[in-house]
Ligand binder design. Structure first.
Ligand code: FES
Length: 94
């Protein structure tokens, strides 16, 4: 089962492959902030410090929102992530 690690607190959780990061966070009171939850506000912006290949690629819409929010290379929107394998994430400072 994929492991999801929150680098802000070092906690790691086992999550079924195919779990939406947003759903996991909402159901587990996880330490990550969301706003719109639909990919348009950028509140959930994060970096995947390990396992970036273990989520689906960013859509054009996601890339557009990320570009408006940060210039951090490889940043992603938490509300758009589907977990396919081990990942370790950290929120982008805003
Ligand atoms: S919560 Fe708004 S873009 Fe993810």
């Amino acid at each position: 089962m994929p492991k999801l690690t929150f680098l802000v607190n070092g906690q790691t959780h086992d999550v079924p492959a195919g779990t939406r990061f947003l759903d996991f966070c909402e159901q587990n009171n996880a330490p990550h902030e969301f706003g719109c939850t639909v990919g348009s506000c950028g509140t959930c912006c994060l970096t995947i410090e390990r396992g970036a290949e273990n989520v689906d690629p960013a859509s054009a819409d996601e890339q557009e929102t990320v570009a408006m929010c940060t210039d951090v290379a490889g940043a992603r929107l938490g509300c758009q992530l589907v977990i396919r394998g081990d990942i370790a994430i950290r929120p982008v400072e805003r």
